[in-house]
Design a binder for this molecule. Structure first.
Ligand SMILES: [Mg+2]
Length: 333
C-alpha cells in the first residue's frame, strides 16, 4: 500500500514536472501567472496519469493520525484562548476594520467556518476520486455536474464532526458564548447544512441567525468580511476558526505574495485569536496556483484540468520548470 502510494505520488510529480536536470534554482524565473506558454488544448492523452491528483490529500485527511492530532490540537488551543478572552474585556479576534464598536457588555461570539473546520466533508472529495467527472465533457457542463454532485452530497447530510469540534463548541455555548457558522455553502443548502450540523452533534439553536450562508445578490459574497461584520455588530468576537485564509481575512485571491503578507501581518494571532485547521484537499491556496479563468478554448474538461495541472507544476519549489518544461507525452497503447 505504502509503495503504491509512493509510486502514485512519484508518477504525479513526474507527470507535472518531468524536468530533473542541471541548472536547478529555487524559484521560477517568471511569474506563475504568465500563462503564455501553457498549451490551450493539450492533445488527448497528454499526461495520461490515471491517479487523481487529489488522492494523497484526501487519504491524508481521512486516514492520518496526524490530521486527527491537529484537530485535537486546534480545539484544545481554542479552549485555552476562550478562557483568556473571557477574562479580558478588551480581547477581540477581529481587526479594527471589522470589529466595529460593540458595547462593553456585548455578548461573546465565536465565528467558525463549517467544511473542514468543524465538519469533515472529505467523503465528497473521495467520491469525486472514485467516480470522476468525465474528462470528455465541455468545461461548462463538467462544472455544472460538479456543482450538482456537491448539492446532492450536502442533501445527504453525511458530513461528520471533526475530532474535538463538538466538545469544544458545546463547552463554549454552555459558557454563554454564541456560535456563528459562516460558510460559503449557499442559501439553498442552508436547511440541509443546519440539519447536518445538528446530526453531527454541533451546537445550533437557530439556523436562521447562526448560520450565515453565501448569497452574492443579498450582500453575503464569497469573501466573508461582510458577514464577520454582521456578527460583530452585536457581539464581541473572541475567536475565529477556519481552514481557509478567507475564513479570517479578505483580499486573499490576488497572489501568493499578498496571501503571505496577510498571514505575516497578523503573525501573533495564529493560535491565539485565529485557529486554523489543515486542508490539503482544496481551498483558496489552490485557486491562486491555478487561476486561469475557465477557458472556452479548452474543448474538454480534461484539457482544462491538464492546463491547470501544468500551471500548478510551475509553482513547485526546487525544480527548474522553465528550463525543462513538462513534456506533453501521449502514451502508446
Ligand atoms: Mg472550510
Amino acid at each position: 500500500m505504502h509503495m503504491i502510494q509512493r509510486g502514485a505520488l512519484l508518477a504525479a510529480v513526474l507527470a507535472i514536472a518531468a524536468c530533473a536536470g542541471a541548472g536547478r534554482k529555487p524559484e521560477s524565473a517568471r511569474p506563475i501567472d504568465d500563462l503564455s506558454d501553457i498549451p490551450r488544448s493539450p492533445p488527448p492523452g497528454a499526461l495520461p496519469d490515471p491517479i487523481h491528483d487529489n488522492l494523497n490529500a484526501v487519504l491524508w485527511s481521512q486516514t492520518s493520525a496526524e490530521n486527527r492530532a491537529l484537530a485535537n490540537q486546534a480545539f484544545n488551543q481554542a479552549a485555552r484562548t476562550l478562557a483568556v478572552a473571557k477574562a479580558d474585556p478588551t480581547f477581540n479576534a477581529l481587526p479594527p476594520s471589522e470589529q466595529g464598536t460593540p458595547p462593553a457588555d456585548a455578548p461573546l461570539a465565536i465565528i467558525t467556518d463549517i467544511d473542514e473546520t468543524v465538519l469533515d466533508s472529505s467523503a465528497f472529495n473521495a467520491d469525486i476520486i472514485q467516480n470522476p467527472i468525465s474528462r470528455n465533457l465541455p468545461p461548462a457542463e463538467a462544472h455544472k455536474q460538479f456543482d450538482q454532485r456537491w448539492n446532492d452530497w450536502v442533501a445527504q447530510r453525511e458530513a461528520i464532526a471533526l475530532p474535538g469540534a463538538a466538545a469544544f463548541l458545546k463547552q463554549a455555548e454552555a459558557a454563554g458564548v454564541r456560535i456563528f457558522y459562516i460558510t460559503n455553502r449557499k442559501d439553498p443548502e442552508k436547511a440541509e447544512t443546519c440539519s447536518n450540523l445538528v446530526q453531527a452533534g454541533l451546537p445550533l439553536d437557530d439556523c436562521a441567525t447562526q448560520v450565515l450562508t453565501r448569497n452574492d445578490a443579498e450582500g453575503r459574497p464569497k469573501e466573508k468580511g461582510t458577514r464577520r461584520k454582521m456578527v460583530a455588530a452585536g457581539h464581541r468576537v473572541v475567536l475565529v476558526l477556519g481552514d481557509n485564509l478567507g475564513d479570517f481575512a479578505d483580499g486573499i485571491y490576488s497572489s501568493l505574495e499578498a496571501r503571505a503578507q496577510i498571514v505575516d501581518a497578523q503573525s501573533s494571532w495564529w493560535g491565539e485569536r485565529w485557529i486554523i485547521l489543515p486542508n490539503p484537499m482544496y481551498g483558496s491556496w489552490e485557486e491562486v496556483l491555478g487561476h486561469a479563468p475557465n477557458d472556452a478554448a479548452s474543448p474538454t474538461y480534461g484539457a482544462e484540468q491538464e492546463r491547470r495541472r501544468l500551471q500548478k507544476g510551475r509553482a513547485l519549489r526546487g525544480v527548474d520548470w522553465w528550463a525543462n518544461p513538462p513534456k506533453m507525452e501521449v502514451k502508446s497503447k
